[in-house]
Design a protein around this ligand. Structure first.
Ligand code: NAD
Length: 491
């Protein structure tokens, strides 16, 4: 069984940590590799940070137009290897191959965006702010940063940060999720080929111990985290305490409101894709579906038929619409939440508990689940489920529905289905969420926009992707200059 190596100083190295965790395919339960996990991974972090600090000295002197050249090569390599990387994502994370391909497309788009850094890093100049005095702002690299990634997008999430970090002149350390470390092994095999200085980018495996070492390391200047809100809050507090710039994206509980004037057929299909895509393990998965008006019948029935039509299976098999959840622990947590919801009064319309997928009987599968009459103050409605579970809720008015959204703890995404521009406009103005969808079920910002969670879904100021990433990975310096004429010799 392969024990995964770290990538440090431009080479693959064994971790000094002897403790290991098995990486498992959640559909087949095949053990794919062993990943180092334990206190000694902190030593790996020290070595990686030292390598990055050294490499960054020369890299920050390299003109930005030269710094982006390796990214063009990276884009080409990612495209050439997309199929192989997508297959690895499906094997270790469980999502379908189509979903994994889509994930890598989003990763590539961030590399393309970061290729524009020479223009994006340009700054401001004011001539003659007082007589004979000019003032301008420079963006300089912040130093060595790190990314701590979650399990649900093993390929994409690192790309919200890494390409921008290096294009801006920084070093970077990636700590992949210990549940899905194989995808980043493949990505780093490509990063190895693009001509970056040795040590500039590094990958260190592990869990809490390697994260804590990064958070406390004096030479780590920025921390980019994506994961659950509980850990995001901890990361934000700990990294800030150590004086670092932090962006910590957390969990979610995303609502969709369907008004009676919406295209109900389209809405039902899109809602089903949003709730059940990636088996509900997306921070932009819809979970609470609020129908509005006097009647709920027609749209409720259309949604239920879309959910019933979804095929649960192994993501590498033709015809599977939805794969397993990540682990036995996750399956039992999600099923436990459904149990609790039912105890609180929710009625299961389709019950995905206890499903068995032929050929993969031991896999961590839960089939699409729909519950209706879900009490709005119950656990199902408040808690992030991160599984293929839809709570159907009915309300009389759009105002009631928006108030319901705004009472929630999270603020990653909120969506509305309607054919009324006025309702859409009022919704986007009033809904307390960073990503808004109008007749859209997964309002995922493209690479040129920030990924903007609010409330418990985000701790920090500048988000990942686009211009926010450029700002995050640079620090500004303002220069006020006077050059009196009298000091110059006449020629
Ligand atoms: P997680 O918080 O358990 O783990 C994320 C990372 O933090 C991993 O690398 C893990 O090793 C590390 N970690 C875990 N516990 C830690 C601790 N106590 N101290 C220090 N580090 C720790 O999240 P997950 O289960 O891998 O991912 C799912 C979560 O991520 C969901 O809540 C989901 O909503 C969220 N997510 C959010 C976004 C977003 O953009 N807001 C995107 C994707 C996923």
């Amino acid at each position: 069984m392969t024990t995964l190596q770290n990538y440090i100083h431009g080479e693959w190295r064994d971790s000094v940590c002897a403790d290991q965790l098995a990486v498992e395919n959640p559909a087949t339960l095949e053990v794919l590799a062993q990943v180092p996990m334990g206190a000694a991974t902190a030593t790996d972090v020290d070595v990686a940070v030292a390598a990055s600090v050294e490499a960054q000295q020369e890299w920050r002197d390299t003109p930005v137009i030269e710094r982006v050249q390796p990214l063009y090569k990276l884009k080409q390599l990612l495209e050439e290897h997309r199929e192989d990387i997508a297959k690895t994502i499906t094997q270790e994370c469980g999502k379908t191959l189509g979903e994994a391909r889509g994930e890598m497309q989003r990763a590539i788009e961030n590399v393309e965006m970061a290729c524009g850094t020479p223009a994006l890093m340009q700054s401001e100049f004011s001539e003659n702010i007082a007589r004979g005095i000019d003032e301008f702002m420079i963006r300089q690299p912040i130093g060595v940063g790190c990314c701590i990634a979650p399990f649900n997008f093993p390929g994409m999430i690192t790309f919200w940060f890494l390409p921008y970090a290096i294009a801006c002149g920084n070093g970077f350390i990636v700590k992949p999720s210990e549940k899905v470390p194989l995808t980043m092994m493949k990505v780093f095999a490509l990063l190895d080929q693009i001509g970056l200085p040795k040590g500039l980018v590094n990958m260190v495996h592990g869990g809490k111990e390697s994260v804590d070492a990064l958070l406390a390391h004096p030479d780590i200047k920025s921390v980019s985290f994506v994961g659950s809100s509980q850990v995001a809050r901890y990361i934000y507090a700990k990294a800030s305490e150590h004086g670092k710039r932090v962006q910590a994206q957390g969990g979610a509980k995303n609502p969709i409101i369907i008004l009676p004037d919406a295209d109900l057929e389209m809405a039902a299909k899109i809602v089903g894709d949003s709730v059940y895509g990636c088996a509900g393990q997306r921070c932009l998965a819809a979970s609470n579906i609020v129908t509005v008006g006097d009647e709920k019948g027609e749209v409720r029935d259309a949604i239920v038929s879309c959910a019933e039509a979804k095929v649960t299976g192994y993501g590498l098999d033709e015809g599977a619409d939805m794969g397993p959840v990540i682990s036995a622990e996750s399956k039992s947590r999600v099923e436990g939440l459904i149990d609790q919801g039912v105890k609180e009064g929710a009625k299961p319309v389709i019950d995905g508990r206890g499903v068995s997928v032929s050929g993969y009987e031991k896999g961590h599968f839960i089939a699409p689940t729909v519950l209706e009459d879900v009490p709005i103050d119950g656990e199902l409605v408040k808690t992030e489920i991160f599984g293929p579970v839809m709570s159907l809720i009915h309300m009389k008015t759009i105002d009631e529905a928006i108030d319901f959204i705004n009472r929630g703890n999270y603020g990653n995404m909120a969506c509305l289905f309607t054919s009324s521009g006025a309702h859409a406009r009022a919704f986007r103005y009033r809904a307390d969420a960073g990503d808004i969808g109008i007749n859209i079920g997964v309002a995922a910002p493209m690479a040129q926009f920030p990924f903007s969670g609010w409330k418990e879904s985000f701790f920090g100021d500048l988000h990942g992707q686009g211009r926010h990433a450029i700002e995050f990975f640079t620090q500004t310096k303002v220069v006020v200059e006077r050059w009196p004429k009298e000091w110059s010799r006449k020629f």
